[in-house]
Write a protein that binds this ligand. Sequence first.
Ligand code: ADP
Length: 520
Amino acid sequence: MKQGRKLSNLGIKWKLLLYFVIFSVVLLALLWVFQIVLLEPFYKAIKTSNIKSCAESLSQNLSNENLSTLVDEIGTQNDTCVEIYEITDLGYSLVQNKEVNNKSIIYQIPSKQLVEYYNSAKDAGGTYIVTETLKSGIGDSHFNKPQKLENQGQGQGQNGTSGNGDTEYNGKRPPLDNDGMDSMVYVKLTTLDNGQQYMILLNSVITPVNSTVETLRIQLFIIVGVMLIISILLSIVVSKRLAKPISKINESAKILATGDYSVRFSAKGYKEISELSNTLNYAADELSKVESLRKELIANISHDLRTPLTMITGYGEVMRDLPGENTPENIQIIIDEAERLSSLISDLMDISKLQAGVQTKQASVYSITDSIESIFARYNKLRSNEGYNIVFEHNENVLVNADEIKMSQVIYNLVNNAINYAGPDKTVIVRQTVQNGRVKIEVIDHGKGIPQEQIKYIWDRYYKVDKSHKSAVIGTGLGLSIVKGVLDLHGADYGVESTEGKGSCFWFEMPIETDNGQTE
Ligand code: ADP
Protein backbone atom coordinates (compact mmCIF):
# COMPACT_ATOMS: atom_id res chain seq x y z
CA MET A 1 0.00 0.00 0.00
CA LYS A 2 1.27 3.44 -0.88
CA GLN A 3 1.37 5.87 1.97
CA GLY A 4 -0.97 8.81 1.40
CA ARG A 5 -2.73 9.44 -1.88
CA LYS A 6 -1.41 12.05 -4.28
CA LEU A 7 -3.65 15.10 -4.66
CA SER A 8 -4.05 14.45 -8.38
CA ASN A 9 -5.43 11.00 -7.62
CA LEU A 10 -8.31 12.35 -5.57
CA GLY A 11 -11.75 11.92 -7.06
CA ILE A 12 -13.92 14.89 -8.03
CA LYS A 13 -15.85 14.62 -4.77
CA TRP A 14 -12.82 14.91 -2.51
CA LYS A 15 -11.20 17.59 -4.60
CA LEU A 16 -14.34 19.68 -4.64
CA LEU A 17 -14.68 19.22 -0.90
CA LEU A 18 -11.09 20.30 -0.47
CA TYR A 19 -11.63 23.40 -2.60
CA PHE A 20 -14.82 24.32 -0.78
CA VAL A 21 -13.13 23.88 2.59
CA ILE A 22 -10.14 25.98 1.47
CA PHE A 23 -12.55 28.64 0.20
CA SER A 24 -14.47 28.65 3.49
CA VAL A 25 -11.30 28.81 5.56
CA VAL A 26 -9.95 31.75 3.53
CA LEU A 27 -13.27 33.54 3.79
CA LEU A 28 -13.50 32.97 7.51
CA ALA A 29 -9.88 33.99 8.06
CA LEU A 30 -10.61 37.24 6.25
CA LEU A 31 -13.73 37.81 8.34
CA TRP A 32 -11.77 37.02 11.48
CA VAL A 33 -8.99 39.45 10.65
CA PHE A 34 -11.29 42.29 9.67
CA GLN A 35 -14.09 41.84 12.15
CA ILE A 36 -12.16 40.79 15.22
CA VAL A 37 -8.48 41.63 14.99
CA LEU A 38 -8.79 44.89 13.07
CA LEU A 39 -12.17 46.04 14.37
CA GLU A 40 -10.78 48.26 17.11
CA PRO A 41 -7.99 49.89 15.09
CA PHE A 42 -10.44 50.45 12.22
CA TYR A 43 -13.03 51.96 14.53
CA LYS A 44 -10.47 54.22 16.19
CA ALA A 45 -9.03 55.32 12.86
CA ILE A 46 -12.49 56.22 11.58
CA LYS A 47 -13.30 58.06 14.83
CA THR A 48 -10.02 59.97 14.68
CA SER A 49 -10.47 61.08 11.11
CA ASN A 50 -14.06 62.04 11.90
CA ILE A 51 -13.15 64.18 14.89
CA LYS A 52 -10.33 65.82 12.91
CA SER A 53 -12.64 66.79 10.07
CA CYS A 54 -15.18 68.21 12.60
CA ALA A 55 -12.45 70.35 14.15
CA GLU A 56 -11.32 71.46 10.72
CA SER A 57 -14.78 72.60 9.62
CA LEU A 58 -15.30 74.40 12.95
CA SER A 59 -11.97 76.17 12.71
CA GLN A 60 -12.88 77.42 9.24
CA ASN A 61 -16.19 78.80 10.47
CA LEU A 62 -15.09 80.51 13.67
CA SER A 63 -16.02 83.96 12.38
CA ASN A 64 -19.24 82.66 10.84
CA GLU A 65 -22.30 84.21 12.46
CA ASN A 66 -24.08 80.86 12.37
CA LEU A 67 -21.33 79.24 14.40
CA SER A 68 -23.67 78.15 17.16
CA THR A 69 -25.95 76.32 14.69
CA LEU A 70 -22.90 74.66 13.17
CA VAL A 71 -21.62 73.61 16.59
CA ASP A 72 -25.07 72.16 17.32
CA GLU A 73 -25.19 70.29 14.03
CA ILE A 74 -21.67 68.91 14.23
CA GLY A 75 -22.16 67.86 17.82
CA THR A 76 -25.46 66.07 17.17
CA GLN A 77 -24.48 64.47 13.86
CA ASN A 78 -21.19 63.10 15.12
CA ASP A 79 -22.20 62.41 18.70
CA THR A 80 -19.36 64.69 19.73
CA CYS A 81 -19.19 67.25 22.52
CA VAL A 82 -17.85 70.60 21.43
CA GLU A 83 -16.32 73.51 23.31
CA ILE A 84 -14.80 76.58 21.72
CA TYR A 85 -12.72 78.96 23.83
CA GLU A 86 -11.48 82.34 23.01
CA ILE A 87 -7.92 82.76 24.25
CA THR A 88 -6.65 86.13 25.39
CA ASP A 89 -3.55 87.19 27.20
CA LEU A 90 -5.54 87.20 30.33
CA GLY A 91 -7.13 83.79 30.10
CA TYR A 92 -9.89 82.01 28.25
CA SER A 93 -13.59 82.23 27.91
CA LEU A 94 -16.15 79.80 26.50
CA VAL A 95 -17.65 81.00 23.27
CA GLN A 96 -19.69 78.01 22.15
CA ASN A 97 -20.45 74.63 23.50
CA LYS A 98 -22.53 71.59 22.67
CA GLU A 99 -23.03 68.71 25.00
CA VAL A 100 -24.55 65.73 23.28
CA ASN A 101 -24.53 63.31 26.15
CA ASN A 102 -23.50 63.27 29.71
CA LYS A 103 -20.56 61.01 29.04
CA SER A 104 -18.38 63.85 27.98
CA ILE A 105 -15.06 64.25 29.68
CA ILE A 106 -14.46 67.84 28.72
CA TYR A 107 -17.25 69.06 30.96
CA GLN A 108 -15.78 67.52 34.01
CA ILE A 109 -12.04 67.92 33.70
CA PRO A 110 -10.28 70.22 36.10
CA SER A 111 -9.33 73.65 34.86
CA LYS A 112 -5.67 72.85 35.05
CA GLN A 113 -6.25 69.95 32.70
CA LEU A 114 -7.70 72.41 30.24
CA VAL A 115 -4.53 74.44 30.52
CA GLU A 116 -2.53 71.28 29.93
CA TYR A 117 -4.52 70.56 26.78
CA TYR A 118 -3.81 74.06 25.57
CA ASN A 119 -0.11 73.74 26.25
CA SER A 120 0.13 70.28 24.69
CA ALA A 121 -1.61 71.49 21.54
CA LYS A 122 0.65 74.50 21.40
CA ASP A 123 3.74 72.31 21.80
CA ALA A 124 2.49 69.87 19.17
CA GLY A 125 2.05 72.60 16.57
CA GLY A 126 -1.63 73.41 16.97
CA THR A 127 -3.40 70.09 17.38
CA TYR A 128 -3.35 67.49 20.07
CA ILE A 129 -5.22 64.23 20.42
CA VAL A 130 -5.44 62.11 23.55
CA THR A 131 -7.50 59.20 24.75
CA GLU A 132 -8.63 59.50 28.37
CA THR A 133 -10.40 57.04 30.55
CA LEU A 134 -13.50 58.48 32.18
CA LYS A 135 -14.07 58.51 35.91
CA SER A 136 -16.97 60.18 37.65
CA GLY A 137 -16.11 63.09 39.84
CA ILE A 138 -12.83 63.59 38.14
CA GLY A 139 -12.62 67.08 39.50
CA ASP A 140 -14.20 70.46 39.54
CA SER A 141 -15.90 71.83 36.49
CA HIS A 142 -13.71 74.34 34.75
CA PHE A 143 -16.92 76.05 33.77
CA ASN A 144 -16.92 77.72 37.09
CA LYS A 145 -13.29 78.50 37.37
CA PRO A 146 -11.84 80.34 34.46
CA GLN A 147 -8.11 80.60 34.71
CA LYS A 148 -5.41 82.58 33.09
CA LEU A 149 -3.71 80.22 30.75
CA GLU A 150 -0.11 81.24 30.45
CA ASN A 151 0.40 83.83 33.09
CA GLN A 152 -2.01 82.18 35.50
CA GLY A 153 -3.85 85.48 35.70
CA GLN A 154 -7.58 85.79 36.12
CA GLY A 155 -9.14 85.78 32.63
CA GLN A 156 -12.09 87.78 31.41
CA GLY A 157 -13.83 86.33 28.35
CA GLN A 158 -14.82 88.73 25.63
CA ASN A 159 -18.37 87.53 25.50
CA GLY A 160 -18.61 87.79 29.19
CA THR A 161 -19.59 84.21 29.83
CA SER A 162 -16.37 83.21 31.49
CA GLY A 163 -16.17 83.31 35.19
CA ASN A 164 -19.92 83.59 35.49
CA GLY A 165 -20.41 80.04 36.44
CA ASP A 166 -22.17 77.27 34.66
CA THR A 167 -25.68 78.54 34.29
CA GLU A 168 -26.88 75.31 32.76
CA TYR A 169 -25.64 72.98 35.46
CA ASN A 170 -25.14 75.50 38.10
CA GLY A 171 -22.10 73.69 39.33
CA LYS A 172 -23.91 70.37 39.72
CA ARG A 173 -23.43 67.88 36.95
CA PRO A 174 -25.78 64.95 36.35
CA PRO A 175 -24.38 61.62 37.53
CA LEU A 176 -22.01 60.07 35.01
CA ASP A 177 -22.66 56.58 33.65
CA ASN A 178 -19.38 56.37 31.85
CA ASP A 179 -16.95 54.99 34.39
CA GLY A 180 -13.95 53.30 32.76
CA MET A 181 -14.95 54.28 29.19
CA ASP A 182 -12.32 55.54 26.81
CA SER A 183 -12.89 59.00 25.49
CA MET A 184 -11.09 60.74 22.65
CA VAL A 185 -10.19 64.39 23.18
CA TYR A 186 -9.08 66.49 20.26
CA VAL A 187 -7.64 69.94 20.75
CA LYS A 188 -7.13 72.37 17.91
CA LEU A 189 -5.73 75.89 18.20
CA THR A 190 -6.71 78.38 15.52
CA THR A 191 -5.71 82.00 15.06
CA LEU A 192 -7.97 84.15 12.95
CA ASP A 193 -6.75 86.83 10.53
CA ASN A 194 -7.41 89.52 13.16
CA GLY A 195 -5.01 87.75 15.54
CA GLN A 196 -7.73 86.35 17.77
CA GLN A 197 -6.85 82.88 19.04
CA TYR A 198 -9.34 80.12 19.69
CA MET A 199 -9.12 76.67 21.18
CA ILE A 200 -11.53 74.07 19.83
CA LEU A 201 -12.06 71.14 22.13
CA LEU A 202 -13.86 68.07 20.82
CA ASN A 203 -14.65 64.98 22.76
CA SER A 204 -16.12 61.71 21.58
CA VAL A 205 -16.68 58.57 23.58
CA ILE A 206 -15.02 55.45 22.22
CA THR A 207 -17.61 52.77 22.60
CA PRO A 208 -15.87 49.62 23.81
CA VAL A 209 -15.76 47.01 21.04
CA ASN A 210 -15.02 44.08 23.35
CA SER A 211 -18.62 43.00 23.64
CA THR A 212 -19.10 43.39 19.87
CA VAL A 213 -15.97 41.33 19.26
CA GLU A 214 -17.26 38.64 21.58
CA THR A 215 -20.59 38.55 19.72
CA LEU A 216 -18.80 38.39 16.38
CA ARG A 217 -16.54 35.63 17.66
CA ILE A 218 -19.51 33.48 18.62
CA GLN A 219 -21.19 34.28 15.30
CA LEU A 220 -18.04 33.30 13.43
CA PHE A 221 -17.93 29.94 15.17
CA ILE A 222 -21.50 29.33 14.06
CA ILE A 223 -20.65 30.48 10.53
CA VAL A 224 -17.66 28.10 10.44
CA GLY A 225 -19.94 25.18 11.28
CA VAL A 226 -22.61 26.19 8.78
CA MET A 227 -20.07 26.82 6.02
CA LEU A 228 -18.41 23.44 6.55
CA ILE A 229 -21.75 21.63 6.38
CA ILE A 230 -22.71 23.59 3.24
CA SER A 231 -19.27 22.79 1.72
CA ILE A 232 -19.72 19.08 2.32
CA LEU A 233 -23.27 19.03 0.95
CA LEU A 234 -22.35 21.14 -2.08
CA SER A 235 -19.31 19.04 -2.92
CA ILE A 236 -21.38 15.86 -2.71
CA VAL A 237 -24.17 17.25 -4.92
CA VAL A 238 -21.88 18.93 -7.45
CA SER A 239 -19.48 15.99 -7.68
CA LYS A 240 -22.36 13.59 -8.25
CA ARG A 241 -23.74 15.76 -11.03
CA LEU A 242 -20.30 16.19 -12.54
CA ALA A 243 -18.99 12.67 -12.08
CA LYS A 244 -22.06 10.90 -13.46
CA PRO A 245 -21.69 11.95 -17.11
CA ILE A 246 -17.92 11.52 -16.89
CA SER A 247 -18.21 7.93 -15.72
CA LYS A 248 -20.81 7.36 -18.45
CA ILE A 249 -18.26 8.57 -21.00
CA ASN A 250 -15.64 6.38 -19.38
CA GLU A 251 -17.88 3.30 -19.80
CA SER A 252 -18.36 4.04 -23.51
CA ALA A 253 -14.63 4.77 -23.92
CA LYS A 254 -13.80 1.36 -22.48
CA ILE A 255 -16.06 -0.25 -25.08
CA LEU A 256 -14.36 1.86 -27.78
CA ALA A 257 -10.97 0.68 -26.56
CA THR A 258 -11.99 -2.94 -27.21
CA GLY A 259 -12.39 -2.04 -30.91
CA ASP A 260 -16.16 -1.67 -31.02
CA TYR A 261 -16.40 1.54 -33.03
CA SER A 262 -20.19 1.50 -33.13
CA VAL A 263 -20.33 2.73 -29.50
CA ARG A 264 -22.13 6.06 -28.97
CA PHE A 265 -21.22 8.73 -26.41
CA SER A 266 -24.43 10.30 -25.16
CA ALA A 267 -23.39 12.00 -21.89
CA LYS A 268 -24.78 15.52 -21.53
CA GLY A 269 -25.49 18.01 -18.77
CA TYR A 270 -22.63 20.45 -19.32
CA LYS A 271 -21.43 22.21 -22.46
CA GLU A 272 -17.92 20.77 -22.12
CA ILE A 273 -19.21 17.25 -21.53
CA SER A 274 -21.54 17.45 -24.55
CA GLU A 275 -18.59 18.70 -26.58
CA LEU A 276 -16.44 15.85 -25.31
CA SER A 277 -19.20 13.37 -26.25
CA ASN A 278 -19.40 14.87 -29.73
CA THR A 279 -15.63 14.77 -30.13
CA LEU A 280 -15.48 11.15 -29.02
CA ASN A 281 -18.36 10.24 -31.35
CA TYR A 282 -16.43 11.93 -34.15
CA ALA A 283 -13.25 10.07 -33.13
CA ALA A 284 -15.17 6.76 -33.08
CA ASP A 285 -16.56 7.49 -36.55
CA GLU A 286 -13.11 8.37 -37.84
CA LEU A 287 -11.61 5.27 -36.24
CA SER A 288 -14.23 3.07 -37.82
CA LYS A 289 -13.58 4.75 -41.19
CA VAL A 290 -9.84 4.21 -40.82
CA GLU A 291 -10.48 0.66 -39.77
CA SER A 292 -12.55 -0.11 -42.85
CA LEU A 293 -10.04 1.71 -45.04
CA ARG A 294 -7.25 -0.24 -43.41
CA LYS A 295 -9.01 -3.51 -44.17
CA GLU A 296 -9.59 -2.35 -47.72
CA LEU A 297 -5.96 -1.27 -48.04
CA ILE A 298 -4.68 -4.62 -46.83
CA ALA A 299 -6.91 -6.30 -49.41
CA ASN A 300 -5.72 -3.86 -52.10
CA ILE A 301 -2.08 -4.02 -51.18
CA SER A 302 -2.02 -7.78 -50.99
CA HIS A 303 -3.65 -7.85 -54.40
CA ASP A 304 -1.23 -5.22 -55.71
CA LEU A 305 1.74 -7.08 -54.30
CA ARG A 306 0.53 -10.43 -55.53
CA THR A 307 0.01 -9.30 -59.14
CA PRO A 308 3.63 -8.28 -59.84
CA LEU A 309 4.95 -11.15 -57.74
CA THR A 310 2.89 -13.66 -59.73
CA MET A 311 4.16 -12.07 -62.91
CA ILE A 312 7.78 -12.16 -61.75
CA THR A 313 7.62 -15.79 -60.61
CA GLY A 314 5.62 -16.79 -63.71
CA TYR A 315 8.05 -15.20 -66.15
CA GLY A 316 11.04 -16.40 -64.15
CA GLU A 317 9.80 -20.00 -64.28
CA VAL A 318 9.02 -19.79 -67.99
CA MET A 319 12.49 -18.42 -68.69
CA ARG A 320 14.10 -21.13 -66.57
CA ASP A 321 12.17 -23.98 -68.16
CA LEU A 322 11.98 -22.79 -71.77
CA PRO A 323 15.35 -21.54 -73.02
CA GLY A 324 13.71 -19.82 -76.00
CA GLU A 325 11.73 -17.54 -73.68
CA ASN A 326 14.83 -15.96 -72.22
CA THR A 327 14.23 -12.78 -74.21
CA PRO A 328 14.99 -9.18 -73.31
CA GLU A 329 11.24 -8.40 -73.46
CA ASN A 330 10.46 -10.98 -70.80
CA ILE A 331 13.31 -9.76 -68.64
CA GLN A 332 11.98 -6.22 -69.08
CA ILE A 333 8.59 -7.38 -67.80
CA ILE A 334 10.25 -8.80 -64.69
CA ILE A 335 12.15 -5.53 -64.20
CA ASP A 336 8.99 -3.43 -64.69
CA GLU A 337 7.03 -5.51 -62.22
CA ALA A 338 9.85 -5.31 -59.68
CA GLU A 339 9.88 -1.53 -60.12
CA ARG A 340 6.13 -1.41 -59.57
CA LEU A 341 6.62 -3.33 -56.36
CA SER A 342 9.31 -0.98 -55.13
CA SER A 343 7.31 2.14 -56.03
CA LEU A 344 4.34 0.71 -54.14
CA ILE A 345 6.51 0.10 -51.11
CA SER A 346 8.11 3.56 -51.27
CA ASP A 347 4.62 5.11 -51.50
CA LEU A 348 3.66 3.29 -48.34
CA MET A 349 6.80 4.45 -46.60
CA ASP A 350 6.24 8.08 -47.69
CA ILE A 351 2.70 8.10 -46.46
CA SER A 352 3.62 6.68 -43.10
CA LYS A 353 6.39 9.25 -42.71
CA LEU A 354 4.09 12.12 -43.68
CA GLN A 355 1.44 10.83 -41.32
CA ALA A 356 3.87 10.57 -38.45
CA GLY A 357 4.91 14.17 -39.15
CA VAL A 358 8.59 13.23 -39.22
CA GLN A 359 9.13 14.44 -42.76
CA THR A 360 10.87 17.77 -43.04
CA LYS A 361 11.47 19.68 -46.23
CA GLN A 362 14.96 20.34 -47.56
CA ALA A 363 14.08 23.60 -49.27
CA SER A 364 16.30 25.12 -51.92
CA VAL A 365 15.79 27.48 -54.84
CA TYR A 366 15.37 25.53 -58.06
CA SER A 367 13.61 25.80 -61.39
CA ILE A 368 10.25 24.08 -61.16
CA THR A 369 9.95 24.46 -64.95
CA ASP A 370 13.14 22.48 -65.55
CA SER A 371 12.09 19.95 -62.97
CA ILE A 372 8.76 19.34 -64.77
CA GLU A 373 10.59 19.05 -68.09
CA SER A 374 12.86 16.34 -66.72
CA ILE A 375 9.89 14.45 -65.24
CA PHE A 376 8.28 14.60 -68.65
CA ALA A 377 11.28 12.83 -70.17
CA ARG A 378 10.26 9.72 -68.22
CA TYR A 379 6.95 9.61 -70.03
CA ASN A 380 8.55 9.50 -73.48
CA LYS A 381 8.15 5.74 -73.73
CA LEU A 382 4.51 5.98 -72.73
CA ARG A 383 3.99 8.64 -75.36
CA SER A 384 5.47 6.63 -78.16
CA ASN A 385 4.28 3.15 -77.10
CA GLU A 386 0.75 3.85 -75.95
CA GLY A 387 -0.09 6.98 -77.89
CA TYR A 388 -0.45 9.31 -74.94
CA ASN A 389 -0.38 13.01 -75.65
CA ILE A 390 1.39 14.61 -72.68
CA VAL A 391 1.89 18.38 -73.04
CA PHE A 392 3.72 20.91 -70.85
CA GLU A 393 2.50 24.47 -71.49
CA HIS A 394 4.73 27.21 -70.12
CA ASN A 395 6.00 30.64 -71.07
CA GLU A 396 8.87 31.24 -68.72
CA ASN A 397 11.33 29.52 -66.46
CA VAL A 398 10.21 29.88 -62.87
CA LEU A 399 12.22 29.47 -59.69
CA VAL A 400 10.66 28.37 -56.42
CA ASN A 401 12.02 27.79 -52.94
CA ALA A 402 10.94 24.25 -52.13
CA ASP A 403 12.05 20.67 -51.65
CA GLU A 404 12.69 19.56 -55.23
CA ILE A 405 12.44 15.82 -54.60
CA LYS A 406 9.14 16.12 -52.74
CA MET A 407 7.68 18.56 -55.28
CA SER A 408 8.66 16.16 -58.06
CA GLN A 409 6.74 13.50 -56.18
CA VAL A 410 3.69 15.79 -56.23
CA ILE A 411 3.95 16.42 -59.98
CA TYR A 412 4.68 12.79 -60.67
CA ASN A 413 1.63 11.65 -58.69
CA LEU A 414 -0.67 14.21 -60.32
CA VAL A 415 0.55 13.38 -63.85
CA ASN A 416 0.32 9.63 -63.13
CA ASN A 417 -3.26 10.07 -61.95
CA ALA A 418 -4.12 12.14 -65.01
CA ILE A 419 -2.66 9.40 -67.23
CA ASN A 420 -4.44 6.65 -65.30
CA TYR A 421 -7.76 8.46 -65.46
CA ALA A 422 -7.25 10.09 -68.88
CA GLY A 423 -10.14 10.13 -71.31
CA PRO A 424 -10.27 8.52 -74.75
CA ASP A 425 -8.22 11.42 -76.15
CA LYS A 426 -5.33 10.15 -74.00
CA THR A 427 -4.33 13.79 -73.44
CA VAL A 428 -2.74 15.18 -70.29
CA ILE A 429 -1.88 18.88 -70.09
CA VAL A 430 0.43 20.37 -67.47
CA ARG A 431 0.06 24.16 -67.53
CA GLN A 432 2.36 26.59 -65.77
CA THR A 433 1.03 30.14 -65.29
CA VAL A 434 2.47 33.08 -63.38
CA GLN A 435 0.37 35.72 -61.64
CA ASN A 436 0.96 38.17 -58.78
CA GLY A 437 4.33 36.70 -57.92
CA ARG A 438 2.94 33.19 -57.68
CA VAL A 439 3.27 30.22 -59.97
CA LYS A 440 0.28 27.96 -60.61
CA ILE A 441 0.73 24.44 -61.93
CA GLU A 442 -2.39 22.75 -63.33
CA VAL A 443 -2.56 19.09 -64.33
CA ILE A 444 -5.51 18.62 -66.66
CA ASP A 445 -7.09 15.52 -68.14
CA HIS A 446 -10.27 14.89 -70.13
CA GLY A 447 -11.28 11.73 -68.35
CA LYS A 448 -14.42 10.78 -66.52
CA GLY A 449 -13.89 13.33 -63.72
CA ILE A 450 -14.70 12.94 -60.05
CA PRO A 451 -18.25 13.03 -58.67
CA GLN A 452 -18.77 16.31 -56.76
CA GLU A 453 -19.68 14.57 -53.49
CA GLN A 454 -16.45 12.54 -53.57
CA ILE A 455 -14.08 15.45 -54.18
CA LYS A 456 -13.58 16.24 -50.52
CA TYR A 457 -12.56 12.65 -49.76
CA ILE A 458 -10.02 12.03 -52.53
CA TRP A 459 -7.19 13.63 -50.50
CA ASP A 460 -7.81 11.13 -47.68
CA ARG A 461 -5.39 8.29 -47.44
CA TYR A 462 -6.53 4.97 -48.94
CA TYR A 463 -9.47 6.69 -50.62
CA LYS A 464 -10.51 5.50 -54.05
CA VAL A 465 -13.55 6.70 -55.93
CA ASP A 466 -13.83 3.47 -57.84
CA LYS A 467 -13.41 0.64 -55.36
CA SER A 468 -13.33 -2.11 -57.98
CA HIS A 469 -9.85 -3.27 -58.62
CA LYS A 470 -9.99 -3.49 -62.34
CA SER A 471 -6.55 -2.49 -63.50
CA ALA A 472 -3.10 -3.03 -62.22
CA VAL A 473 -2.27 0.49 -63.36
CA ILE A 474 -4.69 2.06 -60.91
CA GLY A 475 -2.93 2.94 -57.69
CA THR A 476 -3.42 2.30 -54.03
CA GLY A 477 -5.31 5.42 -52.98
CA LEU A 478 -2.15 6.87 -51.45
CA GLY A 479 -1.00 9.23 -54.22
CA LEU A 480 -3.17 12.26 -53.43
CA SER A 481 -2.60 11.81 -49.72
CA ILE A 482 1.14 12.13 -50.37
CA VAL A 483 0.47 15.18 -52.59
CA LYS A 484 -1.59 16.80 -49.82
CA GLY A 485 1.07 16.04 -47.19
CA VAL A 486 3.89 17.57 -49.27
CA LEU A 487 1.89 20.67 -50.31
CA ASP A 488 0.80 21.24 -46.70
CA LEU A 489 4.45 20.93 -45.66
CA HIS A 490 5.27 23.75 -48.12
CA GLY A 491 2.26 25.87 -47.13
CA ALA A 492 1.12 25.85 -50.76
CA ASP A 493 -2.46 26.38 -51.93
CA TYR A 494 -3.97 23.50 -53.84
CA GLY A 495 -7.26 22.11 -55.06
CA VAL A 496 -9.14 20.33 -57.77
CA GLU A 497 -11.87 21.29 -60.20
CA SER A 498 -13.62 18.39 -61.79
CA THR A 499 -16.68 17.92 -63.96
CA GLU A 500 -18.05 14.44 -64.35
CA GLY A 501 -17.63 13.22 -67.91
CA LYS A 502 -15.43 16.19 -68.87
CA GLY A 503 -12.28 15.73 -66.84
CA SER A 504 -10.33 17.07 -63.89
CA CYS A 505 -7.88 19.84 -63.19
CA PHE A 506 -5.62 19.36 -60.17
CA TRP A 507 -3.69 22.52 -59.30
CA PHE A 508 -1.30 23.96 -56.76
CA GLU A 509 0.15 27.42 -56.28
CA MET A 510 3.25 28.78 -54.53
CA PRO A 511 5.36 31.97 -54.41
CA ILE A 512 7.98 32.58 -57.05
CA GLU A 513 11.58 33.07 -55.98
CA THR A 514 13.69 35.72 -57.72
CA ASP A 515 17.26 35.05 -58.83
CA ASN A 516 18.75 36.63 -55.76
CA GLY A 517 16.77 34.38 -53.47
CA GLN A 518 14.02 36.93 -52.62
CA THR A 519 10.39 35.86 -52.66
CA GLU A 520 8.56 38.14 -55.08
P1 ADP B 1 -4.86 6.20 -56.58
O1 ADP B 1 -3.56 5.58 -56.32
O2 ADP B 1 -6.00 5.30 -56.41
O3 ADP B 1 -4.89 7.01 -57.81
P2 ADP B 1 -4.92 8.76 -55.34
O4 ADP B 1 -4.79 9.15 -53.91
O5 ADP B 1 -3.90 9.27 -56.26
O6 ADP B 1 -5.01 7.20 -55.35
O7 ADP B 1 -6.33 9.21 -55.81
C1 ADP B 1 -7.46 8.98 -55.02
C2 ADP B 1 -8.65 8.80 -55.90
O8 ADP B 1 -8.99 10.05 -56.51
C3 ADP B 1 -8.44 7.85 -57.02
O9 ADP B 1 -8.70 6.54 -56.64
C4 ADP B 1 -9.41 8.33 -58.06
O10 ADP B 1 -10.67 7.76 -57.80
C5 ADP B 1 -9.50 9.81 -57.80
N1 ADP B 1 -8.68 10.56 -58.78
C6 ADP B 1 -7.44 11.03 -58.61
N2 ADP B 1 -7.01 11.69 -59.71
C7 ADP B 1 -8.02 11.63 -60.61
C8 ADP B 1 -8.20 12.12 -61.93
N3 ADP B 1 -7.24 12.83 -62.57
N4 ADP B 1 -9.38 11.88 -62.53
C9 ADP B 1 -10.34 11.19 -61.91
N5 ADP B 1 -10.24 10.70 -60.67
C10 ADP B 1 -9.09 10.91 -60.01
